[in-house]
Unconditional design. Structure first.
Length: 425
């Protein structure tokens, strides 16, 4: 199949002296590429503060208008979230379509959402974004997307103020409807999490910046330790390749088991609407016993990416979950790997030794409540021996006159359950 031609755009950013400006412009280019666009020209302006009417200075707006007229590139991507009036004034001044950073990320999410929950979450974020932007052409385009995705479109438009008020009421009704549907899905997901907690399986959540290699890491673990029916998760070298949380069970040779989840990736200046909308999806991280922050070790902006991840986790209320940090993609650097210092690991998801080191680190964190004990189980209770063989690490087995003698490493809960069969050496 032929790849869809990429739409050329102009990117522009305002440098007000922020330390991360160059990094954010690089990130904007990656977001543009992720939305099947390509940067035809990049413009920057240094100002101490944004122009309240047009965000950029008058001269820069005139320059943009001239580029649009000369080159025929009629889409401008702005590296910040703009006010409705700024979008409207820039569109009038440049005769081009203006998409701010928030609008761009929302478009990417709308194009990538696959599950019913993800589609509803994106739709909700778009509706909340467009509510104060009813007068701008950008909101009308988002309106068309949300309308096609779940009944949020506008019909019977009037004119002038009546049209705006009708649209506002329609959006609010759509927000209420989507919130209701999401509440039902969230309750179902919470029930599933409670069921898993009752099964007493520890959970580990992969978190981190988008495109850091979380899905590749998860697939490597699932291939090695997943159940045969477990499917691999989607992997592609682009921002926000996956939006849905995937949960897989891992079973290790010593019969220890854990649940591993791959959460949606983060990005700097992730729109507030999306952070709120995806709070339920990210609940897997909030309820985890351990977070594995995956960082692209080959990216020179990795420190900023880590700060983004930690800031987003704080925004969704994940502040007291133990964490180990995995510096992935070490194979793209000169670093020696795999290596570990405390809770920081340098590795490659494509390297078996790296996976072994990561598993060891995860098991140290989540299986610290395991105990080792000796059991003597009467032959009449053979189902207990079967259970221990399937769900615990049986270190030694002997058959004696009174029953089966086992030395077992097992969860504290299972130890308490079978305590009457414990014997001392």
């Amino acid at each position: 199949m032929e790849e869809t031609p990429r739409t050329p755009v102009i990117t522009i950013g305002l440098n007000a002296g922020q330390a991360t400006f160059n990094y954010s412009m690089t990130e904007l280019r990656n977001l543009v590429e992720a939305n099947n666009m390509t940067v035809a020209e990049e413009i920057q302006q240094s100002l101490t503060k944004p122009n309240p009417g047009t965000y950029f200075g008058t001269g820069k707006v005139e320059e943009l208008a001239q580029i649009v007229a000369d080159d025929g590139v009629d889409i401008i991507i702005v590296n910040d979230e703009l006010t409705p009036s700024q979008i409207r004034n820039l569109e009038n001044g440049t005769k081009a379509r203006i998409i701010d950073r928030t609008g761009l990320i929302l478009e990417i999410f709308a194009n990538r959402a696959q599950s019913r929950e993800a589609k509803l979450q994106v739709q909700l974020a778009m509706l909340q974004y467009q509510l104060p932007r009813l007068h701008t052409s950008a909101s009308q385009r988002l309106d068309q997307q949300t309308g096609s995705g779940g009944g949020g479109g506008f019909t019977n438009r009037g004119s002038g103020e009546s049209q705006t008020e009708m649209s506002r009421r329609t959006i609010q009704r759509s927000i209420n409807h989507v919130n209701h549907e999401l509440k039902e899905i969230t309750q179902a997901a919470a029930t599933q999490r409670q069921q898993r907690e009752r099964n007493e399986l520890p959970s580990v959540a992969l978190v981190g910046y988008t495109n850091a290699g979380k899905s590749t890491l998860m697939n490597a673990l699932v291939r090695e330790f997943g159940k045969s029916e477990d499917k691999q998760v989607f992997v592609k070298d682009m921002l926000f390749a996956t939006l849905d949380t995937s949960v897989r069970q891992l079973v290790f040779p010593d019969q220890k088991k854990m649940l591993l989840s791959d959460t949606v990736g983060f990005v700097s200046q992730l729109p507030t609407q999306l952070v709120k909308a995806f709070r339920s999806t990210l609940a897997e991280a909030a309820s985890a016993d351990l977070l594995v922050q995956v960082v692209d070790y080959a990216d020179p902006n990795r420190e900023a990416m880590m700060a983004t991840t930690e800031k987003t986790l704080e925004e969704i209320g994940v502040t007291d979950v133990p964490m180990i940090t995995v510096f992935n993609k070490a194979d793209l650097t000169e670093a020696s790997y795999p290596s570990r210092v405390g809770d920081q690991l340098i590795l490659s998801a494509k390297d078996p030794d790296s996976i072994a080191m990561l598993v060891k680190a995860m098991k140290e964190k989540v299986f610290h409540n395991y105990v080792t004990a000796n059991f003597l189980v009467p032959f009449s209770d053979g189902e207990i021996v079967s259970y221990l063989n399937e769900n615990a690490n049986v270190l030694d087995t002997n058959y004696e006159a009174e029953g089966t003698a086992l030395k077992v490493e097992l969860q504290q809960a299972d130890f308490d359950r079978f305590k009457k069969f414990v014997v001392t050496e």
